[in-house]
Design a protein around this ligand. Structure first.
Ligand code: ADP
Ligand code: GLC
Length: 486
């Protein structure tokens, strides 16, 4: 099975969120299953500056973008020994501070940047054919299935190749004004509600969903939720149309990267049978955040993109009451300026109880997983969510809202039977969040019960093996199915 796995971010090369972790770890797990995987992503500034092992391939691609011919130089790097990644270098598009934007917001030319990326990837796929499957991820790659089908005569070498499209987050549409239409090289018949038009704009995600040979999303629960108007982000009709081709496959965890026994970022490694290291990590975290160093106070951690999705409004709603509880709270996040400002003001108000760091800091994210007792994810919706699974491995008990992948991976703790691996709440409000945090804090006072809960959490296995097998089975099924015209 030869698979070209295309994504706008891939760990460890470039990351803004879980998409990078998911694609990077899936690729490695597929290689372990004997699948021949090649990654494709843009050559961002961060990769060019931080990666010394970039090889010239001698390949260049040239594609038309709004009447101009744009050139991409193809570089190659390796993740480990068996996983090659093609990097498409076009400095006018990708040699920038951020992947998708900077502090002022998204880059104004994102439609053009990712149209170029999609077209260049197809050209590269054609030149390096044969491929059984091109596996695309999120809106930045959504043009690939569209152009491959609409302009199939230009891509003879990959005519038999199937395209799988994974939706990591249905809320991000890649929507652009009609003025960007000339970038795409698509006939006007495709700017209709049946195809890429969406309330007067271009919706790239919708195109990907319509033209791919099959779709996946990142948990079974989310695959069900997005069929409904409540969670379908206006695209539930498209999801229902393609229901028989949609699969929910849960993301896994890369335990080479997220494991308290080996984690190089944390103060002291530890394991389920000896938790002394976790106490040292907790002290370290309290020091980093300038909080009183107390072993006994429950320490709640949160690492999150600061976006509406993540439940920050109900966290802020509950803050006053939370601050009356016996706990400390440490937050790491970056994103929406409004949330940054709201959170930034909190330590001044509650200096003994809350620490906030704004920014993207991978090492600190690991330290929070290790040093906290409880990990908070009050998401409004969550396609999969990775941090709750990382937390389990670190014996840091998740408190989550029952949505998407959070609901699929966390079972509510039952104090009488001892069943469950975390704490879940359903209603989306400050009050329900507060109630779940209170329940978790109450259990921390029962040392024996908490120890047992930690041991159970640490024994949970969300490794990629099982999910990677599901992807491989789907690739095989696709490869055997005749191409369908739309
Ligand atoms: P999403 O992809 O929606 O952001 P996930 O839970 O799937 O949510 O994945 C988030 C990933 O990004 C995790 O690996 C988390 O540790 C990381 N992350 C999020 N925000 C930050 C940050 N500010 N600094 C470092 N890592 C972060
Ligand atoms: C998205 C989702 C998150 C998921 C990640 C990886 O960013 O918001 O829930 O875990 O993609 O699939």
């Amino acid at each position: 099975m030869k698979v070209l796995l295309v994504s706008p971010e891939i760990a460890p090369l470039a990351k803004t969120g879980g998409l990078a972790d998911a694609v990077g770890a899936l690729a490695r797990a597929l290689v372990d299953l004997g699948c021949e995987v090649t990654l494709v992503m843009p050559a961002y500034r961060t990769i060019l500056e931080n990666n010394s092992q970039l090889e010239e391939t001698g390949m260049e691609v040239e594609v038309p973008v709004a009447g101009r011919s744009m050139r991409g130089v193809i570089l190659r790097t390796w993740i480990g020994k068996k996983l090659p990644a093609f990097l498409i270098r076009a400095d006018s598009y990708f040699l920038r501070e951020g992947l998708y934007g900077n502090a002022k917001g998204d880059y104004a030319d994102n439609a053009e940047r990712f149209t170029f990326f999609g077209k260049a990837t197809l050209e590269l796929a054609r030149r390096t054919a044969p491929w059984d499957v091109i596996h695309c991820n999120d809106w930045q790659t959504a043009l690939i299935p569209v152009l491959k089908k609409v302009h199939s005569q230009s891509y003879g070498e990959i005519q038999k190749t199937k395209v799988l499209f994974t939706i990591h987050n249905l809320a991000h549409h890649g929507d652009f004004p009609f003025s960007s239409w000339n970038l795409l090289d698509l006939d006007m018949q495709y700017f209709t509600p049946r195809y890429l038009e969406f309330y007067g704009n271009i919706n790239l995600l919708k195109g990907g969903m319509l033209f791919a040979d099959a779709l996946t999303t990142v948990s079974k629960k989310y695959a069900g939720e997005i069929r409904t108007p409540e969670w379908g982000c206006g695209l539930d009709g498209v999801i229902r149309d393609r229901e028989k081709d949609l699969y929910g496959i849960l993301n896994g965890v890369d335990y080479q990267e997220w494991n308290p026994e080996t984690d190089p970022h944390i103060k002291k490694n530890y394991k389920a049978k000896n938790l002394i290291g976790k106490k040292i990590c907790k002290k370290d975290l309290q020091e980093i955040y300038g909080l009183p160093v107390k072993a006994s106070v429950p320490l709640v951690g949160m690492v999150s993109r600061l976006a509406d999705q993540k439940g920050l409004d109900i966290l802020i709603e509950a803050m006053e009451d939370l601050m009356h509880l016996d706990l400390q709270l440490v937050i790491l996040g970056a994103g929406d300026q409004r949330y940054q400002a709201l959170l930034d003001g909190l330590p001044g108000k509650y200096p003994e109880k809350i620490g906030v760091k704004i920014g993207f800091d991978n090492a600190l994210a690991h330290k929070i997983e290790a040093g906290a007792d409880i990990f908070l994810m009050p998401s409004k919706f969550e396609p999969c969510g990775l941090n709750q699974m990382y937390s389990l491995k670190y014996g840091t008990i998740p408190v989550v809202r029952a949505t998407g992948g959070l609901d699929d991976t966390i079972e509510d703790y039952n104090p009488s039977s001892g069943s469950g691996n975390g704490f879940k709440f359903s209603g989306y409000s400050g009050a329900t969040l507060l109630e779940a945090v209170k329940r978790s804090i109450a259990v921390t006072y029962n040392r024996k019960a908490w120890r047992q809960l930690m041991a159970k959490a640490m024994a949970c296995d969300f490794s990629w093996g099982k999910s990677a097998k599901e992807y491989l089975a789907l690739y095989r099924k696709l490869a055997e199915t005749p191409i369908l015209k739309r």
